[in-house]
Design a protein around this ligand. Structure first.
Ligand code: 13P
Ligand code: SF4
Length: 338
């Protein structure tokens, strides 16, 4: 079969991103056909693609205009000039982009892309917590719905939770942190705060990060000398105890960049390791990851379909009254994090 010059050129561009280390030549050919069409339609429809680092590498490298952790993507959303945003990530991320860009159209390629943390808490739960702990500010993890954010004082992400909580504790004796219980426990330990007294937590959990095995990490560290283990701060404390570094995905990427280890084990969603391997081809990575079923609902085929023929339910909308209040909590994050 004869391959066109355009496809060969695109395959070369994709190879340069490091994507070819992850897939066979025939997959690269199929990917190139899709990325050519997606990138063409993006221009035609004046759209940009935002992609979280847990997305499939062919989305990030092939068609992503903005990529990174939740905090970076929220900041990037503020500066989008295009008319449309195709958000390759989970629903709360697309909602955040919409809240920050009410005049733009925001689409999510798969409406099933939810999040166990976001589902664990509602706006009514926040109202109850505020009644139970009057005067305590509510710091809400970005992995929540717009309605939940709207009842909160400040939004935080894994990249800035420690800094923002530190600032809140300068003025308040008690802070409510929701919904990620494990991240709350990890933060309480770092900030030397008593759970239930100084810091009020919720029962939310990330179904991806709650399931790692501490014994396996210990064994891998023994087996590979010089191995550095990095875990996302959504992991339980017994995992954090075994690792050399805890942080969000952006922090993990920066840590890899500035260290020289024999190998790295990234205890988080699998795409993080794939993207790290693309960015740092000379470094070694040891597998210890899990797939997020929500993040993985998004594929290049669905992105293409969304650009070609967006369905009504793929458009992300936030009720104006909710968006105004949620935006205040997100802007408070920008103010306290910088
Ligand atoms: P960050 O990229 O902000 O660390 O978030 C991780 C996450 O679980 C997003 O769903
Ligand atoms: Fe939610 Fe966990 Fe998936 Fe992130 S990795 S989207 S926190 S379920």
């Amino acid at each position: 079969m004869e391959i066109s010059k355009e496809i060969l050129k695109e395959m070369n561009r994709l190879r340069e991103t490091g994507l070819s280390n992850m897939c066979a030549e025939n997959s690269l050919f199929e990917i190139a056909k899709l990325t050519i069409e997606i990138n063409r339609l993006k221009k035609e429809k004046n759209a940009v693609i935002c992609a979280h680092v847990y997305q499939r590498p062919e989305i990030i490298a092939g068609v992503g205009d903005f990529s990174g952790d939740s905090y970076k993507l929220a900041k990037d959303a503020v500066n989008v000039k295009a008319d449309k945003i195709i958000f390759c990530g989970v629903h709360f991320m697309a909602e955040t982009a919409k809240i920050l860009n009410p005049e733009k159209k925001v689409y999510i390629p798969d409406t099933e892309a939810g999040c166990s943390l976001s589902e664990s808490i509602s706006a009514a739960d926040i109202k109850k917590l505020k009644k139970m702990h009057p005067g305590a500010p509510v710091a809400t993890y970005i992995n929540t719905s717009a309605k939940t954010k709207a009842e909160s004082d400040v939004v935080v992400t894994s990249a800035n939770a420690e800094k923002i909580l530190t600032r809140l504790f300068e003025k308040h004796k008690k802070v409510i942190f929701v919904p990620d219980r494990y991240m709350g426990i990890n933060l309480a330990k770092k900030l030397n705060k008593k759970i239930g007294k100084d810091i009020i937590l919720w029962e939310g959990k990330c179904i991806v990060h709650e399931k790692f095995n501490a014994k396996l990490i210990r064994e891998e560290k023994k087996r590979i000398s010089g191995l550095l283990a990095l875990a996302h701060s959504e992991c339980p404390a017994e995992i954090i105890k075994e690792v050399d570094f805890m942080g969000g995905t952006g922090d993990m990427m920066r840590y890899i960049e500035k260290t020289q280890a024999a190998a790295y084990m990234l205890i988080t969603e699998c795409a993080m390791g794939e993207v790290a391997k693309m960015r740092f081809p000379s470094k070694n990575f040891v597998s210890m990851c899990r797939l997020c079923p929500y993040m993985k609902t998004i594929t290049l085929e669905k992105v293409l379909e969304t650009l070609r023929n967006p369905k009504k339910e793929q458009e992300v909308n936030v009720e104006e009254a909710v968006a105004v209040k949620a935006k205040k909590a997100i802007e408070k994050m920008f103010e306290l994090a910088e």
